[in-house]
Design a protein. Structure first.
Length: 322
């Protein structure tokens, strides 16, 4: 019996969504210690899994690994389609659990495309592998197609930069009671629409923020500069998405971000991926104040929801034999 646990991730945005530049996408994000997805697996002669979404991943993992089967139990899952990377982390956790149960190497980066993951962002795969702050290279723009390519017909973007996140940093996450973020065919359609009309000038502005502000801040362990910089990345990404999501942030996320950003305990606030998750960068010393600020921000926006404070995760998924 093996047990695999992986945390969620925050996605701060893309470096470029314009076809006018040589590389497309190129994402930034961080690995979180919580919430987590946890799976247990043991060898079997067939596929046994009561979790509806995970069962398809078990079937695919068995096929990719060339093993007869596996019995998989999902102990915990991430909230779905809220901006924490639930789909990728579940798929990779299942793959790693089935592989470990059969004493095989999961080779998640190689096999992720066959699971339908890593087609745009490589942050979720890199977070699963090693954790930390991740900046990926994106994809060559020449490979962009109006229709989504067949599953597996792409490579996961390489990691361009990775940094350990200081142990005293914290990420407060507010999850408003709102419609889930876009996924599947809806996400593909929205992304195609955004890419086909994206302003290339925004990519140049974002590149400057990444090089001059984000990377120096995380390398120096300066949470205030880092929070302000990734929040700026989010705002500039939102200009690309405004027509698709109803504003720089999707409603009611904009109100939550604005309110949370006013707190003295928060260094920068933004929307993770398509939302509705809202993040704020803070430290262990201000964690309690940040949690209250997030609750107040939800209340001020007139929505309910949950709030958590997550530690950074500077290691890959945990695989244990039981």
């Amino acid at each position: 019996m093996v047990r695999v646990a992986a945390g969620g991730r925050l996605h701060f945005g893309f470096q470029n969504l314009s076809l006018a530049h040589e590389r497309l996408y190129g994402s930034l994000g961080v690995a979180l210690g919580a919430p987590r997805v946890v799976a247990r697996a043991e060898p079997a002669e067939s596929v046994r899994c009561d979790h509806e979404r995970a069962r398809a991943h078990v079937e695919r993992a068995v096929e990719l690994l060339g093993v007869p089967g596996a019995s998989v139990t999902i102990e915990k899952t991430l909230p779905r389609h809220v901006g924490l990377g639930s789909g990728t982390q579940l798929a990779l956790t299942v793959l790693a659990a089935v592989a470990a149960a059969h004493d095989r190497e999961p080779r998640v980066r190689e096999r992720a495309p066959k699971l339908g993951r890593g087609g745009r962002s490589g942050v979720g795969i890199a977070a699963f592998e090693r954790g930390g702050f991740v900046l990926d290279t994106g994809h060559p723009t020449e490979r962009f197609t109006a229709d989504r390519p067949p599953r597996g017909e792409w490579s996961v973007p390489n990691v361009a930069a990775r940094h350990e996140i200081p142990a005293d940093w914290r990420f407060v996450v507010a999850l408003p009671d709102s419609e889930p973020g876009r996924s599947g065919d809806d996400e593909d359609e929205s992304m195609r629409s955004v890419v086909e009309r994206a302003d290339p000038g925004l990519a140049d502005e974002i590149a400057a923020v990444v090089i001059r502000r984000v990377l120096p801040a995380v390398a120096a362990g300066d949470h205030e500069a880092f929070g302000a910089a990734v929040a700026e990345i989010g705002r500039r990404n939102g200009a690309w998405y405004a027509d698709e999501q109803g504003g720089v942030y999707r409603p009611p996320v904009g109100d939550v971000v604005a309110e949370l950003g006013r707190s003295a305990s928060i260094s920068g606030a933004g929307q993770s991926s398509w939302g509705p998750a809202v993040y704020g960068v803070t430290t262990e010393a201000f964690a309690d104040e940040a949690r209250e600020a997030a609750r107040d921000a939800l209340a001020a926006a007139g929505v309910g929801g949950d709030v958590l404070v997550a530690r950074p995760r500077n290691r890959g998924a945990r695989i244990e034999t039981q």
